[in-house]
Structures are given as C-alpha cells and as structure tokens.
Design a protein. Structure first.
Length: 414
C-alpha cells in the first residue's frame, strides 16, 4: 500500500472520532432553546434573564476556543477534550440545582459553555488538519461539521421528549450523561509524534513557515485584511445562529403552535445541515470558498424575507428550518478552510478559534438582544429585519477576501 492510500485509510478514524465528539457537544448546546420556557415557568425567571445567561454562554463558548486551541496546538488535543467533556457534563448536571439568574450564569453561562467550547470546531478541526493533506482539509472539515449538525437532529427531539415526560431537570441530567460519552472519543485525537506519512501532508509553503512562533503568527494575522473580513462575516453568522437556536421555540409558541413543532424545526435544521456541511466541504475543494460564503449569507436574507410574508403554519416553519439548515453551520468548513489557506495548519486551532470568538460575540448579541426585543415589542419583527441586514453585510464582506497564502509577509517577520 503506497503512502497516499495508507494516509487515506489512517485519517478516517480520526475524522469520525472528531465528528462524533462534535455531534455530542453541539447537539447538547443547540438544544438549550427548548429549556427557555420550562425554566421560566419553573423558576419565575424572565425571558430576559434566561436569554442573558444563554448569551453569556454563547460568549464564553467562543472566548475559550482560542485559549483551548492554543493549548491544543502547543500540547496536544487529548487533555483539552477530556477536560471539556467533564466541564460540559458538570454544567448541565448542576443547572437544575439553581433557580436564580446567577445560578444559570454559572452553570449554563460558564461551566457548560466552556466545556462545549473545549470540544468544538477549532480544537477538533485543528487536531485533524495537521494529519490531512491540504487538498482534503475542506472535505474533512465538512464531515466533522456534519457531525455537529447531526447532533442537533438527534438531541433536539430527545431533549424535548425527556422534558415532556419527566420535566426540564431530567432533560438537563440526560444531556449531562450524554456529554460523558465524549471522554473515550478524545483518545484517537491525542497528540502523537509526527510520522513520515504525516510529514507528507505539509505543502512546501507550510514547511517554509512551520518554524514561526505563535506570537509571530498572531501578528501576521492581525495585519491581514482578509482575516478581519472573515471575522466580520462570522460575527453576523453568530448573531443568526444564536438568535434562532435560543428564540425560534419562542417564536413558534407566539404563533400558537406546540413544543413539538419547535423540536421538529430544530431537528430539521440539524438534519439539513448535515447535507449542507458535506456539500460545503466538497464544493470548497472545487470553487472559491469566499464565493460560497457570500452565497450562503445572501440566501439567509432571502429565506427570512420569504418567512416574514408567509402564514405561521407548521409546514412554513418546517420549510424555513430546512432552508436555514442548508447553510446553518455550513459556513464553518469554508471559513476554516480560508484560515488554513491564509496561514497554514500549524496554528489553525488558535487562529480559527479567534474567528469563532468573533462568531460568538455575535452570538451573545443574537441571544440577548432577541430577549430584549421580545420583552420590549412583544414579538421578534425588528430582530428579523436586523438579521436580514446583517446577512447582506456578511455576503458583501466576504467578496474581497484573498484566497492565497501569505508567504512573503511571514518570511519577512522571521
């Protein structure tokens, strides 16, 4: 068996382990919107209080990723992933024991969010990118990302079924137990010594700059306009995702529809994003990734506009969810792919982690401002308008991005 064929076989356990881990961490996180109403009814907390705790969780999930990404880049991913699984399980298990806004901030806003961040995109994609040929990284990121989407498809109806049968506290504990399944999945992703096969995955440009330190690489990235444009687009993506995952169940309830419609809609988003993620990974190997991102963001504005003029029936929500699902987290493979193109895989966990931090700053505002809007106006109309405007801004921002690697700038700083 030649080196290329051997490499193709050996990376699949790695990719599948990363995909399975993201399935759990994202499935747990993306189901939290289903708990907003029952937590409010049980504790007396307002939707603004609960939305703020979840908004802090969005922020923390993003803030920890460059930190954990740097640790994983320097010392390996295994310990980071194990610590993340423990934190996620602890945060979910402890949530029912607190009935105050501060309790929700500590458990869902900090513990669970930090744990999910330690087992999320930047660490998992970074852990695999250094062992995969450059031309295969976009597809690998798509497969890993599809795992996260499939997790939403599985966990949303599961969480709703437990809530309906045994209450929201039991739902939290069920998700906590599920989070522990991430621990054995960290084993294939642990740091290993580079083999001769691993060495063949690096391009000549990557080999030229592999000696660059993390601080120097961060300085190079901070001066690059394309990197900042990626941050801007991903910020708006964070607003969309967090607003919808937190408030879509409330929007559906405002239309007089059941919790089952909410769970089905969230599940459809995850199911259709499996296809969207795989398609984005495949297309990223053949077309300009910045063009794919611009098209996905523009399509969101169009889908929201269609939704706003449609009657609020279950079938409309299902079609809307399916349409959104095609681009939901399908932005991750081309965004990670562009970061890898610009700077190589050496510090991908850190650099993509910082991009995800921008995503989650947007996520903070999407979750929190959604709560403020419903409290102030009684519906989400103004938030939908803002979502459309931001989607168009993201589409335009991606068009000037450069898709060639910085070599001269890096060499100059060495």
């Amino acid at each position: 068996m030649n080196a290329t064929a051997q490499r193709s076989v050996s990376v699949w356990p790695l990719i599948l382990a990363a995909s399975a881990m993201l399935m759990i961490t994202m499935g747990v996180r993306q189901s939290l919107g289903l708990f907003v109403k029952p937590i409010g009814e049980s504790t007396g907390l307002s939707i603004v209080d609960i939305s703020f705790a979840l908004a802090i969780g969005q922020f923390v999930w993003g803030a920890v990723q460059p930190v954990f990404g740097a640790l994983a880049d320097q010392r390996g991913s295994g310990r980071v992933l194990v610590a993340g699984g423990i934190l996620l399980a602890a945060g979910m298990a402890l949530t029912p024991m607190f009935s105050s806004s501060w309790g929700l901030l500590a458990t869902l806003g900090v513990l669970a969010a930090a744990g999910a961040g330690a087992g999320s995109f930047s660490i998992l994609i970074g852990a695999t990118a250094r062992r995969i040929p450059a031309e295969k990284r976009s597809m690998a990121a798509g497969v890993i990302n599809a795992g996260g989407s499939f997790g939403q498809f599985l966990f949303a109806p599961f969480a709703q079924a437990v809530i309906s049968a045994a209450g929201w506290a039991a739902g939290m504990w069920a998700l906590a137990i599920s989070a522990l399944a991430t621990l054995p999945l960290a084993w294939p992703l642990r740091k290993r010594k580079e083999s001769p096969i691993d060495a063949t995955t690096a391009s000549a440009a990557e080999a030229e700059t592999s000696h660059i330190g993390l601080r120097e690489q961060l300085r190079v990235a901070a001066r690059d306009r394309s990197y900042w444009l990626l941050h801007l687009g991903f910020f708006t993506c964070g607003v969309h995702i967090a607003f919808l995952v937190t408030h879509l169940p409330s929007e559906i309830a405002l239309c007089g529809l059941s919790e089952g419609v909410s769970a089905t809609a969230l599940a459809l988003i995850g199911l259709f994003n499996v296809g969207g993620s795989l398609a984005a990974g495949w297309l990223g190997q053949r077309y300009r990734m910045k063009s794919l991102l611009a098209l996905m963001y523009a399509s969101r504005a169009a889908m929201i506009a269609i939704y706003l003029v449609s009657p609020p029936t279950p079938i409309v929500f299902y079609v809307f969810a399916a349409g959104l699902g095609l681009t939901w987290l399908a932005t991750v493979p081309p965004t990670a792919g562009l970061v890898g193109k610009l700077f190589g895989p050496r510090y991908l966990g850190t650099l993509f982690g910082l991009t995800l931090f921008s995503h989650q700053i947007g996520g903070f505002f999407g979750a929190w401002v959604g709560g403020l809007v419903i409290e102030r106006f009684g519906d989400y109309t103004w938030m939908w308008y803002a979502d459309m405007a931001l989607a168009l801004l993201a589409a335009v921002a991606n068009l000037p991005i450069r898709e060639t690697r910085i070599v001269r700038s890096v060499a100059a700083t060495a």
